[in-house]
Each structure stands twice: as structure tokens, then as C-alpha cells.
Write a protein that binds this ligand. Sequence first.
Ligand code: FAD
Length: 316
Amino acid sequence: MILVVVEYANGKVSKSTWEMITAARESGRKGPITALVIGSNIAAVAAEVAKAVDQVLVADLPALTQYDPEVWSAAVAQIATEGEASLVLIGGSRSGREYSPRVAIKLDAPLLEDVISLKATGEIITAQRYTFLARVTETIESTAPIAVATIKPGVFNAATPKAEAAEQFDVDLSLPAPRLKVTGKTAERSSRISLSEAEIVVSGGRGVGSAEGFTQYVEALADQLGAAVGATRAIVDAGWRPYSEQVGQTGKTVQPKTYIAIGISGAVQHLSGMNKSKTIVAINRDAEAPIFKIADYGIIGDVTQLVPAILTELKK
Ligand code: FAD
């Protein structure tokens, strides 16, 4: 079987899970696509994901209320072993990147990290991933009977549900006692829609001039459009915006319906995080800026004049 470890938030299946299911379907690896839902009070998540896979395994235990890498990796490895999985897919989220190496070690399996494509031919799994500042796409092959892969978020299309829901099975686990405890959480003060789930993303770069300029132009336009905000590394490094908003090779990969780039030059490391957006709109005063090479609509001009004019039109 192909085991997909379900990622979810607030009782809803995350976009990364639908993308993993597409990766599983496209891989051509034999066996049922099996979703594994780990946590507590996860019936709604299991029911939602059941519409896109062949079977669902549910580990619903009070002891699994809080994510713990040691416990999660033990659970995934046990299920993969018992089900004789030949491929285990884990999200390329922070937690996925944290516990996937532990799963690979427990299963004595190679770890294909942050992959952007996955194909199985017989026993061999061929995967691709970006390397060398995303200028190079590396192809790697696993010849092991079982492989663990983390899927780069925002690269695969989201899977569409089928008409019928797959059967669900409760699983028994023998888990280690947790040794880590989260003792506090401070949420970011943001009521905005999440960057990786948004249909529209408005991103700003150094061309917005300052942190205040970002609020005035990028956030204002995002609010008007009900969009998420993104940023380039240049302005994250400058401290204008938090790292959680960074789009690109060392930030998030996004694939919205519309990506609006304001004052962004279009460095290759930024493009690798957004070039799969359906429609790209760029505003830049330099007609030679590389972003225009991939933009569907390019507006050459000054941010300080163009964005207020667009906002005025939108408010009408
Ligand atoms: P700039 O390149 O300085 O571009 C600013 C643009 O704004 C220019 O095109 C300019 O013409 C335009 N402009 C200026 N003023 C105005 C105005 N008033 N009106 C209209 N246009 C204006 N970058 C990322 O974004 N994400 C990553 O994940 C990432 N990872 C990296 C990893 C590595 C290992 C390295 C080496 C680099 C990485 N970078 C990343 C950095 C990347 O190479 C670029 O430096 C960065 O993307 C540039 O950001 P920028 O477009 O905001 O700034």
C-alpha cells in the first residue's frame, strides 16, 4: 500500500494532504492509497479524506492530542510495517520534515526529501527535487522495497474527491510515552487567510520602499481582494515582514489562482516558489525586470502611484 499521513488543521484536511494524494495517484506505485489520520477527535478529518483514497486508517486516541515527533514517527512506522507499505508520503511541513527522518530510520528506508515529482517503475521509485538554489532539478532513484518521501507543498495539484467514501478502520498502536511537552504557544497576530491555501496572493518586494510601504500598498490591496500576503526574502531579511510570509526556494511554495507581485524583481529563488500560479500579475517600474518574463499581465510603473490608483478603482 501507499501510506499518506494526513495533515489537517482545525478539523479540516489541509491542502498539503490533497497534494500528497495526487502524488500517490501519479506515482503509479501499486497498492491501495491508504490515508492514515493520527490525533484525537479526528472523525471529521477521517470522513473528509475518505472521499479521495482507497482506505482510511484512524488512530484516534486522547494520547495523540498533541503532536510529538517521537510518538508520530513510531505510529507511522508501525502502521507502515504492519500494512507492508511500499511508499510512505509525509507532508513537507515543519512537523513532517521533523519526524520523517525518524520514520525512515525505523523502517530502514531511504528518505526522498522535498520532492516535486514521483514515479514508480517496478521496484524503482524515481523522484525529483530542487537543489543548488533551485537552479538545478535533481533526479534521485530508490531501489529499496519501501521508501519515505516528503512532498514539497504547493507543487502537486490538489486531488479531487471521488463519489464514494472509502472504508475506515481503527488501528491499535503501541506508542512510546511522550517526552516532549509544549508549554506555551503565542499565535501570530494575523486574521489573514493562510498563504498556502489562498486563491489570491499579493506579494511585495523591496520596491514597496519600506515596512510602512508594504502595509500601505501590499496589505491594503490584499485586504481589498480577500487575499493572503507574501514577501520576498530581501524584505524578510530586512525585518519588514515575518519569515512565515516568505515565498520562494527557502520560503513557501504557493500555487494560487492569482499571484500579484508588487515591486519584486523576479529572482530565480523567488520564482521557484510561485511560478506555478495560474495567473501572474507584476507591477514594477523596470521594464527589464525578470518577473515580466513569467507574468501574464505586466504593469510598468511606480508602486506608489499604481497601487493607490488600483485601490481607488476597486473601492468604487
Ligand atoms: P530586488 O531584487 O531588489 O527587486 C526590487 C524590485 O523592485 C526591482 O525590480 C525594482 O525595479 C522594483 N522597484 C523598486 N522601486 C520600485 C517602485 N517604486 N515601483 C515599482 N517597482 C519598484 N528570495 C525570495 O524571494 N525567496 C526565497 O525563498 C529566496 N531564497 C534564497 C535562497 C538563497 C540561497 C539565496 C542566495 C537567495 C534567496 N533569495 C530568495 C533572494 C533572491 O535571490 C533575491 O535577492 C530576492 O528575491 C530579491 O527580492 P526583491 O525582488 O524584493 O528585491
